[in-house]
Design a protein around this ligand. Structure first.
Ligand SMILES: Nc1ncnc2c1ncn2[C@@H]1O[C@H](COP(=O)(O)OP(=O)(O)OP(=O)(O)O)[C@@H](O)[C@H]1O
Ligand SMILES: [Mg+2]
Length: 633
């Protein structure tokens, strides 16, 4: 069957298309073509393989290139990081060297300052202008360098630095721990928590140390309770700021701890707090109240600590801080245009004694001996002078001459006097809290009460109002009396006494007052010093003019910085007439006291307790004391 079909096909082919031989030829061609085709397919396959191989290679190259690119990107990044690292290191190094530079600079400054001081003191010695020992006002080391402030575990430093941006070229700098922004936030939170949680009754706490301990304990328990994550180092810092702000006087507390600071004053917001330094005088500090609310709160807090109150309706306050420092406050902008203000007269825990006054050159041994004798004889006197001239200090120092056992009543608006006497009533006036002056007890009320207490000596801290008349009346009736008065000359003192609001009659003054000691704060060379300028006795009334006549007994000579005795004493004449003393006795009494004072100066007996003990010893047996000390001189 298949043969048949084939034959048929061949027939058809033959009949229809080509001759057989041609077909055979064609067949042959087809076979060759097939072969070629097969070959070409093989070639194509081979080509494909080559192409795929190449593709693969290209891909590999591509991959390689990609990874190379990545590599370079990474490398570039690494280079940038390296560069940045380098820069950071450079900055770090620079900062380090800058710090080192400032440390070295500070040291250099300290050395040059010390050198300068040495040169200065040797110059003064050589020129013999003024006795240096006399000019030396305190024996407390000077603070030209930064010194450590007494404060538990914390490194608090304070002192004077040279600062060209400060007025006068010096600044008083307080260096405290620094809180980072985060620490500040934590502290603020702890502060708020303390305000809500602290419920310790003030009566329970006896001392500040105890309060400190309790506060720290509370902070510790709060950190635990609220699971606050604070590193121990930072807890110390937070404790410092909490104790500083809650128990002490906040920002200004480090200033309160430097005995060389006499006065601290804040004139308002955004003005540096100023201090009056015993050696370097007035200078700004690095402490500033920037926010009005902060300063207002601080002033209110200070009033509260003093047990008083300031408000918009009574924005002025004179008060004493618990440590004895005197403070004057004003609240708000209504009366003080730069904002709330405060002035603190720092209490000197170690009071200035009469021996200090002699050493400083404020008064001479002769003046002190004369005053001693007059005080023993219960004379009456006023210490006159300007603001901060040392009137209260002089009054306090001279009061140590009061014979032990005599009854003393002192009257003040804020307590500053501190007497060594047992038989002493310190009375302090009370301000009214209301506008109608209900509950107010002023110096006048206290003075009237004091007279009923039959004192031997009345001391009125500062005479300025209607109490003056009563004081002079008391002095006219045989009471010893001392007071201070704000005036800068003897004449001005008498004018103030005789005009409003005191209005003491001239006749009463001449009958009751024995002398006026004028003390001023003056400039001597480059320094500000306090000097008794004049001791004037009240001689009586001028019959023609009706004016009060005075007699100068001691006068300060500014050229030699010496006190000169000007001649016979009128007060002594009065004592002679009253007590029947003789000139010889008077001279002898002065000699004994002069020697006692000189002995104390020589032996540096300057502490108020020691001075007072010596005065007591003297009163116990003047002759024996005199003989003993004379042998020791
Ligand atoms: N002779 C002195 N030498 C050095 N410093 C003194 C002397 N007398 C007083 N001071 C200091 O001067 C400051 C002012 O003294 P004090 O309070 O006695 O003056 P004041 O005249 O009573 O002042 P106010 O006018 O304010 O009442 C105090 O810090 C005191 O320590
Ligand atoms: Mg005073």
């Amino acid at each position: 069957m298949t043969v048949e079909i084939r034959k048929m096909n061949l027939k058809i082919l033959k009949s229809k298309f080509l001759p057989v031989d041609k077909v055979i030829l064609e067949n042959k061609n087809i076979l060759e073509l097939e072969k070629d085709f097969k070959n070409s397919i093989i070639d194509i396959k081979k080509n494909d393989e080559i192409i795929s191989e190449e593709k693969k290679q290209v891909e590999v190259i591509h991959e390689e290139k990609k990874s190379e690119k990545r590599f370079w990107r990474i490398k570039k990044k690494e280079d940038v990081i390296h560069e940045e690292k380098k820069q950071v290191e450079v900055i770090h190094e620079e900062k380090k060297s800058e710090k080192r530079f400032w440390r070295i600079k500070k040291k250099e400054e300290m050395i040059s300052e010390i050198k300068k001081k040495k040169i200065k003191s040797s110059e003064i010695k050589e020129e013999k202008i003024i006795d240096v020992k006399k000019k030396e006002e305190t024996n407390i080391p000077n603070f030209m360098t930064i010194a450590k402030v007494e404060w538990d575990n914390n490194e608090i430093h304070a002192g004077i630095i040279k600062d060209p941006t400060a007025k006068g070229g010096f600044r008083y700098k307080v260096i405290e721990p620094v809180l980072s922004e985060k620490e500040e936030k934590t502290f603020e939170m702890i502060k708020k928590l303390l305000m809500t949680e602290l419920s310790v009754s003030m009566g329970e706490i006896k001392t500040k140390k105890e309060a400190e301990y309790k506060l720290k304990k509370k902070i510790h328990s709060m950190i635990k309770k609220y699971r606050l994550r604070i590193p121990p180092k930072n807890i110390e810092k937070i404790n410092y700021f909490a104790v500083r702000d809650f128990i002490y006087l906040g920002k200004i507390e480090p200033l309160m701890r430097d005995n060389m600071i006499e006065e601290i004053s804040c004139d308002g917001t955004n003005v540096p707090i100023y201090v009056w330094h015993r050696e370097n005088e007035s200078m700004p500090t690095n402490i500033i109240f920037e926010k009005e609310a902060e300063l207002n709160n601080f002033v209110r807090k200070m009033a509260y600590i003093c047990g008083k109150h300031v408000s918009a309706s009574s924005p002025i306050l004179d008060a004493s801080l618990p440590g004895g420092s005197r403070v004057n406050l004003t609240l708000g902008r209504e009366i003080t245009k730069r904002g709330s203000t405060f002035t603190i007269r720092r209490f000197k825990a170690d009071p200035i004694t009469v021996i200090d006054l002699i050493k400083y050159g404020t008064m001479s041994v002769d003046i002190a001996a004369f005053m001693w004798y007059l005080i023993e004889k219960r004379t009456t006197m006023l210490v006159a002078g300007g603001t901060a001239s040392g009137k209260t200090t002089a009054l306090n120092a001279l009061a140590s001459f009061i014979r032990p056992g005599q009854k003393v009543v002192s009257i003040e608006d804020t307590q500053e006097l501190n007497l060594p006497h047992e038989n002493w009533i310190p009375a302090v006036s009370r301000q009214s809290f209301s506008d109608k002056q209900v509950g107010e007890i002023n110096q006048f009320d206290l003075l009237r009460a004091a007279l009923r207490q039959r004192p031997d000596i009345i001391i009125v801290g500062e005479t300025r109002g209607q109490e003056a008349y009563t004081l002079f009346q008391a002095m006219a009736t045989g009471h010893g009396g001392f007071s201070s008065i704000h005036a800068d000359s003897i004449e001005a003192t008498l004018t103030r006494l005789t005009s409003a609001p005191m209005e003491v009659p001239r006749a009463l003054i001449s009958n009751s007052l024995d002398l006026i000691m004028l003390q001023l704060k003056i400039r001597l060379g480059e320094k500000s010093v306090r000097r008794v300028i004049q001791v004037a006795e009240i001689e009586g009334l001028d019959k023609q003019t009706g004016e009060i006549k005075t007699h100068t007994l001691f006068q300060w000579n500014p050229i030699e910085d010496k006190h000169e005795f000007m001649g016979k004493s009128i007060v002594f004449k009065k004592i002679k007439e009253r007590d029947g003393e003789t000139d010889e006795k008077f001279a002898y009494e002065l000699t004994k006291r002069r020697l006692a004072l000189e002995w104390m100066v020589k032996n540096n007996i300057r502490d108020y307790r020691d001075v007072s003990n010596n005065v007591m010893e003297y009163y116990a047996d003047p002759e024996r004391y005199y003989e003993r000390k004379r042998l020791e001189m």
